[in-house]
Design a protein. Structure first.
Length: 442
């Protein structure tokens, strides 16, 4: 919390998803929780109902309604929404349509469909009186946004910066700006327009965060900027679990989405579990995800050793992590599309907070896998042929305890909450003071 004798900056945060505890990614929410909720607002594009009390004001621009507005110009596409407890929230028809659209896109992964979506956002009516009223009433001093691959949200952020006169801070979570993720023509064509969009947004942004040193290095060079490295802080002071009294079967847990190749990696883990458990049930895996898998993929993954469940709240995730013996981290093992090559999953610091042994599976060229290997904070499997041997290592109690201790030490040294919150606040204060000096504060 900032000092009482100083006026806190009013901060507007742009996200794709709402601040909903079933979504799982709560990085922005965690970082801004040190500020008064009355000075925080969120604009999001997915038709979920927020349930976080960290923020006082929410505004949703419905993608489904934006698409309809191409033909029905009088349709209302944006509205202010109040956060309600997750148990009282009901799924809207717009959200059901939204999810089905994205399921179809993920099945085919056609970049022509992604470009078509951007065209629809370009033609649709998102710039509305309701949005203007929300921006004018809240009057942010600072706008926080991700340097995302979504061209439409970048356009909306630029509009908000222009209308409010607020200073902007961008965070680079992933590789959204290089051609290194894929060699496919469709990817590179789509990336060409993404890069143009991000360069326009970068010119309107005062300061930048980068999720890893590798991300900073590449982003600084491409955009001509100087990022501050920032990760999600630990959610608690971790204590390494003792495995002295562990009972079999070992309980392994995965919570999160299964996109960008993670579903295939999970299938490979499930097949390996059958081999490890051939004579005796030694390891079981529970998966909680909001990703809608095809019936074929579900049949290939689920068996008596691997069970898939619907998503649960963040509070329940933390409880499940306490009950688990091993936490599974999944990325794509193939080298065809390295979507997560510069990312640093928020799940990593959550895992470090849990004080458990971590099993990390993914291609070594991905930044999270490299990080686990360099810090020895997980049992790392970076080849398909090594999954079974990686699972076998979980049967060694000494190995479980060693990795749990390494994970805790890595978390305390590199993701200390006080250090990260101070870094975040320092950049906020710097931009806020700059805005005051230039006469753009309210």
């Amino acid at each position: 919390m900032v000092e009482n004798n100083k006026r806190q900056p009013k901060i507007l945060i742009f996200t794709i998803a709402s601040w909903n505890s079933k979504v799982g990614d709560n990085t922005w929410e965690t970082l801004v929780s040190q500020y008064d909720s009355a000075n925080l607002a969120n604009i999001f594009l997915r038709e979920e109902i927020p349930d976080s009390t960290v923020c006082s004001k929410y505004f949703c621009i419905s993608e489904n309604r934006v698409l309809k507005s191409i033909f029905k110009r009088n349709i209302k596409t944006g509205k202010e929404i109040k956060a309600i407890p997750i148990l009282q929230a009901q799924e809207s028809e717009d959200l059901k349509v939204h999810r089905q659209r994205y399921l179809n896109m993920k099945k085919k992964r056609r970049y022509s469909m992604l470009l078509a979506r951007e065209l629809c956002w370009k033609l649709g009516k998102w710039k509305t009186k309701e949005l203007d009223d929300f921006l004018d009433e809240f009057k942010p001093d600072i706008i926080l946004h991700g340097m995302d691959g979504y061209i439409h949200i970048n356009r909306i952020v630029r509009y908000a910066i222009k209308r409010t006169g607020a200073k902007a801070i961008g965070c680079i979570w992933d590789d959204t700006f290089t051609y290194k993720q894929s060699k496919k023509f469709g990817h590179n064509l789509y990336r060409f327009f993404q890069r143009k969009s991000l360069k326009k947004l970068a010119k309107k942004t005062s300061e930048f965060f980068a999720i890893t040193p590798k991300t900073k290095q590449e982003a600084d060079k491409f955009f001509g900027i100087n990022c501050t490295i920032l990760t999600k802080p630990l959610n608690t002071i971790p204590i390494a679990q003792s495995y002295e009294k562990i009972t079999f079967p070992i309980k392994m847990l995965y919570t999160g989405n299964l996109s960008i190749g993670r579903d295939v990696s999970l299938k490979d883990v499930s097949l390996a579990l059958k081999k490890v458990n051939a004579n005796e049930k030694k390891i079981v895996l529970d998966v909680y995800t909001q990703t809608v898998l095809s019936e074929q993929m579900l049949n290939e993954i689920e068996n008596e050793f691997c069970h898939i469940y619907p998503p649960i709240s963040q509070q329940d995730v933390l409880r499940k992590q306490k009950e688990a013996d091993v936490l599974l981290f999944l990325e794509d093992l193939s080298d065809k599309e390295l979507i997560a090559r510069l990312s640093f999953s928020t799940k990593i610091t959550d895992y470090f907070s849990a004080g458990k042994c971590i099993l990390a599976i993914g291609n070594y060229d991905l930044a999270p896998i490299q990080y686990f290997k360099e810090t020895k904070s997980a049992i790392v499997v970076d080849k398909l042929s090594d999954i079974e041997s990686g699972l076998q290592k979980l049967l060694d109690i000494n190995m479980l305890e060693e990795i749990a201790i390494n994970a805790v030490n890595c978390g305390q040294e590199n993701h200390n909450a006080t250090l990260i919150n101070n870094t975040f606040k320092g950049v906020i204060d710097k931009v806020y003071i700059k805005g005051q000096n230039e006469g753009f504060t309210n």
